[in-house]
Ligand binder design. Structure first.
Ligand SMILES: C[S@@+](CC[C@H](N)C(=O)[O-])C[C@H]1O[C@@H](n2cnc3c(N)ncnc32)[C@H](O)[C@@H]1O
Length: 416
């Protein structure tokens, strides 16, 4: 059978979705394994897989409405139909191309069924939902933690391409850049631009800025200016390390991943900023001194990054969240011994799960501890502390300006 143009990209998207949904990989990792695709085909495959991951519950409802035969959730037929419909909704692919590239994927299988369902839906018209539902278990969790409004904001956010946030070492440079390149500065050292390819933006190669969601830039802003000696724990790939170094702190950056530390080193070289790098498991490492401040940006389920990485919604199962929370509690308890009296400890996670944010801090403070919450008063206006003194960034925040990743951060101070 002659090969259909574009079929390779769709086949790769199918494989990526299998790796993500059945084997729990990230989409980036799955894409890195698709080695024999041309760059345009790889880009198309990732875009298709990403669009599917943003909309699975809505795509499934459409599919189920067009067939009496219930297709198993993990069947190839369902996945091929999701891939075809996602292209119709998100990528403006013409009908003939999405049918022609879908059918070879089910050759020797349920070709007629897929053809029939697709034909029915295309004739009926495929609605473009601008607030697609999230997986039911995620919606239940977030509804009970944050309420219906947050769930609705998250639905609207997952449908959109988020803007690109840049952090600058110098605030004056950020302001000039915003003026010259049609950007908006929503905080010191920050510029927001339309989503685009990073390499195409002026100033990247010269190291004038680095990409960092505005919410992700908040924890480092909680480190007191006068803290001379700062430990950045779980530091790679280094967005926060660069902020701390640019603010003039002496920074020690620890991470257990050699490859991620490699990216941190490259980032420091590109931006010509300095930090001492240590490859170590923080649970085993023994620092030779105590620090004025510690930033612990702990490993987590990362559900706050669902706009750019929609697969996190499928990877963050309850057990993974509980395991992360247990690791975070151990890291926090360990780091708490490395501070000078009156030292400041900032704990953050890019998670929308209260088990990984609020519960970890509550449990830590309830234990036998010398620490108390220190209300941050030096954050941008939009990041208001809760009445408990920590900062919780939810999907509805700054929605009109392009939104933010979900985040949790708390600043603790060690009593003298
Ligand atoms: C949320 S990421 C850090 C992001 C980073 N702070 C930034 O701003 O770019 C969490 C990091 O924790 C590291 N990590 C996980 N477990 C660790 C451990 N036991 N000791 C040290 N680092 C660890 C991971 O390698 C990962 O780089």
């Amino acid at each position: 059978m002659p090969s259909v143009e574009g079929a390779g990209a769709r086949r790769a998207a199918l494989q990526m979705l299998d790796s993500v949904l059945r084997r729990g990989q990230t989409l980036d990792a799955a894409a890195a394994r698709a080695r024999n695709l041309s760059p345009p085909d790889l880009g198309l495959a990732v875009a298709i897989a990403g669009e599917v991951l943003r909309r699975i519950p809505d795509l499934d409802a459409l599919i189920d409405s067009a067939t009496r035969q219930r297709l198993p959730d993990d069947s190839k037929a369902r996945m091929v139909l999701r891939i075809a419909l996602a292209q119709k909704i998100g990528l403006d692919t013409p009908d003939h191309a999405l049918v022609a590239t879908a059918l070879p994927l089910v050759e020797g299988g349920p070709r007629r069924l897929v053809h029939g369902v697709l034909g029915t839906l295309l004739r009926r018209g495929v609605p473009v939902g601008d607030a697609p539902r999230l997986p039911a278990n995620v919606e239940e969790r977030w509804r009970s933690a944050w309420g219906e409004e947050t769930v609705e904001a998250a639905r609207r956010q997952i449908a959109k391409r988020p803007p690109l946030d840049l952090t600058f070492a110098e605030d004056a440079e950020a302001r000039a850049y915003a003026r010259d390149h049609n950007g908006v500065s929503l905080a010191t050292n920050h510029v927001r631009v339309e989503s685009s390819s990073v390499a195409d933006l002026p100033g990247f190669g010269e190291g004038r800025w680095w990409v960092q969601d505005l919410a992700a830039s908040l924890p480092a802003r909680l480190i007191p200016r006068d803290a001379a000696d700062v430990l950045d724990l779980c530091a790679a790939p280094g967005g926060k390390t660069m902020q701390l170094a640019a603010a003039g702190h002496r920074v020690t950056a620890v991470d257990s991943s050699a490859s991620r530390l490699g990216r941190l080193r490259e980032n420091l070289e590109r931006t010509r900023l300095r930090a001492e790098l240590v490859e170590a498991d923080a649970l085993k490492w023994k620092p030779s001194r105590s620090f004025d401040a510690i930033l612990l940006d702990a490993p987590c389920s990362a559900t706050g990054t669902f706009r750019r990485h929609p697969e996190v919604l499928y990877r963050a199962r309850p057990k993974a969240i509980a395991d992360n929370a247990a690791l975070q509690a151990r890291l926090l308890a360990t780091a708490s011994h490395w501070l000078k009296p009156r030292g400041v400890l900032v704990y953050s996670v890019c998670s929308l799960e209260p088990h990984e944010g609020e519960a970890v801090i509550e449990q830590f403070l309830a234990g036998d501890t010398d620490f108390s919450i220190d209300l941050p008063n030096d954050l941008p206006r939009f990041a208001l502390p809760s009445d408990r003194g920590w900062v919780r960034v939810l999907p509805g925040l700054l929605e009109g300006e392009g939104g933010l990743d979900g985040f949790f951060m708390a600043r603790l101070v060690r009593r003298p």
